[in-house]
Design a binder for this molecule. Sequence first.
Ligand code: ATP
Length: 248
Amino acid sequence: PDEPSALHIEDVDVTYGRAVSALRSVSLTVPPGSVVALLGANGAGKTTLLRAVSGTLRLHRGAVTAGRIRYGDTVLDGKDPVAAVRAGVVQVPEGRRVFPGLSVEENLRSGGLGLARRGRAEARQARERVFSLFPRLAERTHQAAGLLSGGEQQMLAIGRALMAAPRLLLLDEPSLGLAPQMVHRIAEVIREINAQGTGVLLVEQNAGMALSLADQAHVLEVGEVRLSGPAAELARTDAVRRLYLGET
Ligand code: ATP
């Protein structure tokens, strides 16, 4: 049961409120244990797609109005975040949202809540995985999360998600606002998490970083998938080089 499954997003439409159409007929697959990157300009709908998968759309007054999202045999569209976490799908939200007044330890513990099915051994394993990926967090378990650096907070946000033992991790702009060296470190961490068998759906403005990590990539433009293919191939296309890799 802990083997990763494929995520299938099929012809999905998402609307916010009554009027705002954010995604139209979006289809893509994350094969078991692979890294898939989602590129696109601000407002293209990348965050919306992650929310649709993780069941957090409703918190933003959005809804999947057509199509289907499945992780393995589990239908995820229209479900809540608890259902997604139970299925093994966990989102790290944009902006490294940690609880600033809580300690590192308390933040991590909050990530394992809602997993009633999990035993203590599994919880301990998840914790050990987090501390071996992020030794700096292990040194700072009692420190308030708000006092960590930006990069450390991003690591804590990822660590908290890992406490739920995900089989598919949804990452929203993990490199945003971080210094180049920290971006590099985050990329290494994503590679390591994936090497341990966890699938990754990665939303990034930093197309260079995302394409270097991903197996497959998709470009979203105003709510629709415009380009899809192996990441190495997309990195060679003129449109991607010009628009997303900053080449002329
Ligand atoms: P960013 O990088 O800025 O997060 P994005 O590609 O993730 O961009 P989304 O945040 O998914 O894009 O936004 C897609 C569209 O949906 C945009 O037009 C946005 O204004 C709209 N939108 C997002 N959240 C809401 C909301 N809660 N209510 C109404 N419209 C929303």
